[in-house]
Design a protein around this ligand. Structure first.
Ligand code: ARG
Length: 436
């Protein structure tokens, strides 16, 4: 490692063990592409300010433009430096010689890393948005195939009411993910101002124009305050929160699927079901359980970020170096979980007959019967008691509401027309008609 960021004033050489420990290169190497882009904008800004000749700028831009693909194809190995910013600067020295010493004029790694993170996050938000769109499409395809089937809606994990499967998938996945997607717009807004030019904390005295580099990098404008620009990571918090909330929504959906499978109402194909190393009969919903487990990781990453920021005063602090691993993990994790849920949906089918059986066995038609009596003129509370009595009678004889006969109803002084309201599928369709 070189000592680019050390002077006589810093003291002697760094302890090698500490030097190794404090390096972020293995993690922030992921910022290489955006770091080069930021540096290119900065070089153009320097040329614009008359600090570099067009020839000097062209030479630097040309080298910086070539770097990411050369690292990717293995033809360049980045110097072993403390972080990606230093590694790029150090490599530039090797590549173009002393001209590279002009690169860092008017900037600091503090505005550099803040800019990198925003550029990276901009692409990350687009990636999460696309992953959500793919999962929504899988939900739509599932709904087209299974949406008209009747299935139980549960309250307290007890069979409650017959519903159409399209309402379940819509509630369990589509609506929550759409709301999450809308939150991503907020992250985009928080990413819209460029930190470049904020320097270490107080901007620069050089005639560099932050608006110029902001436009070059596709930001809506430049930062308003250099202290804030280098010290704030609100966009990272919001993005981690969105990832956490998506994770939570996927986890809740996963629980529904695990329970539907446990109840025999849904089956997974062998493409996504796991076996047991001991029990030969198993077909387990591991995909959904892992997605649910991932939600805990998202909460951990969000909590780590919140806790990390909470002790910091304004401006840059080295703690902030550790934000990246949490943000990267949150984005990677949620993207992979969204893809897995999309895959799981393709491999999950409802078992229509088992659903109907569950509805019949669970007396899911009870509320329909009470409402039929209301339609006939009975007060709801009385109808509710009458049907409750019917359920109790039937259960005491080990029967269900759907087994009611005309004699049972006559014996309770109830109209035999109730027999027309025992069809659980018809109930699901009738209720579903309101929510198209
Ligand atoms: N590797 C550092 C980070 O990711 C770069 C900024 C270092 N700045 C500093 N003042 N030491 O945050």
């Amino acid at each position: 490692m070189t000592a680019i960021a050390r002077t006589e004033a810093t003291g002697g050489t760094l302890d090698p063990e500490f030097m190794q420990w404090q390096t972020s290169l293995p993690i922030d190497i992921r910022l290489l592409e955006v770091d080069c882009r930021g540096s290119i904008a900065h070089v153009r800004g320097q040329q614009n300010a008359g600090l570099l000749t067009p020839e000097e700028a062209a030479k630097m831009v040309c080298a910086l433009e070539s770097l990411p693909s050369r690292v990717a194809d293995g033809s360049v190995k980045l110097p072993d430096e403390e972080d990606v910013h230093m590694a790029v600067e150090s490599w530039l020295h090797q590549e173009i010689g002393p001209l590279a010493s002009k690169l860092h004029a008017g900037r600091s790694r503090n505005d550099q890393v803040a800019t990198d993170l925003k550029l990276w996050s901009r692409a990350a938000v687009a990636g999460v948005r696309q992953a959500v769109a793919n999962t929504l499409q899988a939900a739509q395809a599932w709904s087209t195939e299974h949406g008209q089937l009747a299935m139980p809606a549960y309250t307290h994990r007890q069979v409650a009411i017959p519903i159409l499967a399209r309402l379940w998938i819509d509630a369990a996945l589509t609506q929550p993910l759409r709301r999450d997607c809308a939150l991503l717009d907020t992250v985009d807004t928080e990413l819209s101002l460029s930190p470049l030019g904020a320097g270490a904390i107080g901007g620069t005295t050089l005639p560099l124009d932050p608006q110029f580099t902001a436009a070059d990098l596709g930001f809506r404008g430049a930062h308003k305050n250099p202290l804030d620009a280098v010290g704030e990571r609100d966009h990272a918090l919001t993005l981690a929160f969105v990832c956490t909330r998506i994770g939570l929504h996927l986890a809740r959906f996963a629980t529904d699927v695990v329970e539907l499978c446990a109840d025999g109402l849904a089956t997974l194909s062998g493409a996504v079901a796991c076996g047991s190393s001991m029990m030969p009969h198993k077909r387990n919903p591991d995909l959904f359980e892992l997605v649910r487990g991932h939600a805990a990781l998202r909460q951990g990453e969000l909590t780590a970020l919140l806790t990390m920021f909470h002790g910091l005063g304004s401006g840059y602090h080295r703690d902030l170096q550790l934000d990246k691993q949490n943000l990267f993990a949150a984005v990677d994790g949620v993207t992979s979980c969204l893809a897995m849920i999309g895959l799981g949906l393709q491999e999950m089918t409802l078992r229509p007959q088992a659903c109907i059986e569950a509805l019949r066995r669970g007396d899911a038609i009870a509320t329909d019967l009470a409402e039929a009596l209301v339609q006939d003129g009975m007060a709801f509370r009385n109808a509710y008691q009458c049907v409750g009595r019917l359920v109790a009678r039937q259960r005491s004889r080990d029967r269900r509401l759907v087994d009611l006969t005309a004699e049972d109803l006559v014996a309770e002084n109830l109209p035999t027309t109730l027999l027309n309201h025992l069809d659980v599928e018809a109930s699901a369709k009738k209720r579903g008609a309101r929510y198209t």
